[in-house]
Design a protein around this ligand. Structure first.
Ligand SMILES: [Fe+2]
Ligand SMILES: [Fe+2]
Length: 296
């Protein structure tokens, strides 16, 4: 593989990151408005035919956003751990990829600080045992080290973890019924994430070509499972429904079967799959789990 075109691409990404450094405390310093932050048709329960009061919809909008931002913070921490691990264990420090990883970590720390500020403003009432409970800590201790040792799976994990929120943020940012500050936050985040996606697409083929068979196996079989878990369970976690008096798991189960949600999940899967096939890492038939989750 000729790595030179990739190196030039990464150098361009480095320049783009330098051109506009956005500090959200200064440049995205607004606050949430008083109304319903997410329009009815973008709430996860849209299509279930529930008869919710305006107060319930108002609360649910805040809870769903809080769930998404919380997942974003945990995801960005995982990504930063992965990058830092690679940098600490033998990456060439003069390689532009090393510099770009530093840019990306810098940008993610700014995103996460903004998300934390938003969580304070949203004042969620939900429990979140999915991301704060024993199971999460236990899995984190086992899954995270396994992921850190597999650079191609980490790239695919990054692609999945950035494409899913990207699609949800696009829908929010473009809808006139979305709170203007949420829309602004999403536009800012998507603009920087576009570069992160470009970097992951650039490095995955290099990592995939030089990695272990277990790493390749994870890209083919484990990452698609993770993508479904991330979309179904981490974006809008079940206990948001409890805050408006709905049974959490039963409502969650109905939401994930809604045709609109199924299509949205497939759309996310297709965009990750498109990125992967575009890099040429699936030269033959696309692995079954990817075909299954993208409905192709
Ligand atoms: Fe981010
Ligand atoms: Fe990112």
């Amino acid at each position: 593989m000729n790595a030179l075109p990739n190196t030039l691409r990464v150098e361009r990404l480095n320049k783009a990151s330098l051109r506009k450094v956005i500090e959200p405390e200064v440049d995205v310093a607004g606050a949430l408005g008083p109304g319903q932050l997410v329009p009815d048709e973008l709430l996860s329960v849209d299509g279930l035919g529930l008869d919710l009061t305006p107060e319930q919809r108002h609360r649910l909008a805040r809870e769903e956003l809080a769930s998404i931002f919380h997942a974003g913070i945990v995801f960005e921490a995982t990504l930063m751990a992965g990058f830092a691990f690679q940098m600490a264990t033998g990456a060439d420090v003069r390689d532009p990829r090393f510099t770009y990883a530093l840019h990306e970590i810098g940008e993610e720390t700014r995103h996460s600080r903004l998300f934390i500020r938003l969580l304070h403003q949203l004042e969620p009432q939900q429990r979140n045992p999915i991301l704060t409970g024993w199971l999460h800590r236990h899995l984190g201790k086992r899954v995270l080290p396994a992921l850190l040792r597999r650079p191609a799976a980490l790239d695919a994990f990054v692609l999945a973890g950035e494409e899913i929120p990207d699609l949800l943020q696009k829908l929010l940012a473009e809808h006139p019924g979305t709170d203007p500050y949420i829309a602004e936050v999403n536009r800012y985040h998507r603009a920087e994430e576009a570069r992160h996606l470009a970097f992951a697409r650039t490095t995955i083929s290099e990592h995939y070509a030089a990695t272990t068979w277990t790493d390749r196996l994870a890209v083919r079989w484990i990452v698609p499972l993770y993508l479904v878990v991330m979309f179904d369970l981490l974006m809008v976690q079940p206990y948001v429904y409890e805050t408006i008096g709905l049974p959490p798991w039963r409502t969650w189960n109905r939401v994930r079967r809604l045709p609109r949600r199924v299509e949205l999940r497939r759309q996310c899967a297709r965009s990750v799959l498109k990125a992967l096939t575009g890099t040429g890492i699936f030269p033959g038939r696309v692995p079954y789990p990817w075909r299954r989750i993208s409905g192709t």
